[in-house]
Design a protein around this ligand. Structure first.
Ligand code: ASP
Length: 330
């Protein structure tokens, strides 16, 4: 009996090692739970370009499995074969959705291997080009004067744009909230904002910077506690705290996940490749240009344990935000 157990253990250790030595032995898929061309898609594509160099130049394909604020894509990865070839690139939604969706089809802390944080991304409060306001003060006054008439686009319940919209409306204490319009990602929402079909959005700098620069949309403020003084364009916009919204401080983040049960040596290979990408000057530069910050090699969140501990604390923090707003998905 004992001998069988020892033999079985030896075989499974051998096959784990073999799986890791062999990995990757086919294309890797990054599941992005939002529409193509949006902020999470942009991060995933830039990361794929850099990570593949550290994974024997493996092909990395992007699968945009959008819907239900990201939970459809997350569920797809939770159910995928745990061999490291199907990974999830998701953001703060991993921590926000447990509070919003009281019945999730997967368990955020049990059904994934945590591979590390990818970036931190500030957000911007933006409006359609036709809005009469040009400063944050005028913008807030305009919104107040038109309560009940304006709408806010977001990428589904639990998305970053949804959380930010909730937090901002809660902070400015409007009598009537904006009518929300849900999209499969802020890429399609951005098209409607540019066209003037929706009025307002709070979206990641990775999706708004180029549009602001091109004058296609108006920007009024950044959501970080302090202005983004290092960024050549975003430094011109005040922080919401400066504009009187006490304690307003929102930076969202992205992380990389594999299905639970992915062999430890494969998890290590993926974490090593992620950490190498986070030190790739090209990746860092591309992210910076879009206002995002790549974590330093000393950031504990780039380790599997640190990433999981961080998401655990974010789940508690975001539950308080969602409970304060009192809006749930079901
Ligand atoms: N990350 C989403 C997207 O890629 C946007 C959001 O969460 O607000 O479209």
């Amino acid at each position: 009996m004992k001998l069988h157990l020892v033999t079985a253990l030896a075989i499974s250790t051998l096959s784990l090692t073999a799986a890791a030595q062999d990995f990757p032995n086919k294309p890797i898929t990054f599941v992005v739970p939002f529409a193509a061309g949006g902020p999470t898609d942009t991060v995933a594509r830039q990361l794929a370009e850099s990570m593949r160099k550290h994974l024997n130049n493996a092909t990395i394909v992007i699968d945009n499995a959008a819907g239900a604020g990201g939970t459809i894509g997350a569920n797809k990865v939770a159910r995928a074969t745990p061999d490291g070839h199907t990974l999830l690139v998701w953001h703060i939604g991993m921590a926000a959705t447990p509070a919003l969706y009281r019945k999730l089809p997967y368990k955020p802390l049990d059904d994934f291997e945590y591979l590390g944080i990818i970036n931190d991304v500030p957000m911007t409060l933006v409006g359609k080009p036709q809005l009469p306001a040009n400063t944050y003060r005028d913008f807030e006054n305009y919104i107040r004067a038109n309560q009940g008439k304006l709408n806010l686009g977001h990428a589904g319940l639990g998305s970053a744009s949804h959380i930010c919209g909730l937090m901002w409306q809660y902070a400015v204490k409007l009598d009537k909230s904006l009518t929300t319009v849900a999209y499969r990602g802020t890429a399609p929402a951005m098209n409607d904002l540019i066209a003037g079909t929706i009025d307002v959005m709070c979206d990641q700098t990775t999706n708004t910077t180029q549009q602001i620069e091109a004058g296609r949309i108006k920007a009024f403020a950044v959501t970080t506690a302090k202005p983004l003084s290092d960024h050549p364009l975003l430094k011109y916009y005040p922080s919401l705290q400066e504009m009187g919204l006490k304690d307003f401080d929102l930076t969202i983040w992205h992380g990389l996940y594999a299905p639970k049960g992915t062999p430890a040596p494969v998890v290590k290979k993926l974490n090593d490749a992620l950490r190498a990408a986070l030190q790739d000057p090209e990746f860092i530069q591309k992210q910076r240009a879009l206002g995002a910050i790549v974590p330093s090699p000393r950031d504990r969140r780039i380790t599997p344990e640190g990433h999981k501990a961080f998401v655990t604390s974010e789940i508690a923090k975001l539950k308080a935000v969602v409970d304060a707003a009192g809006q749930y998905a079901d």
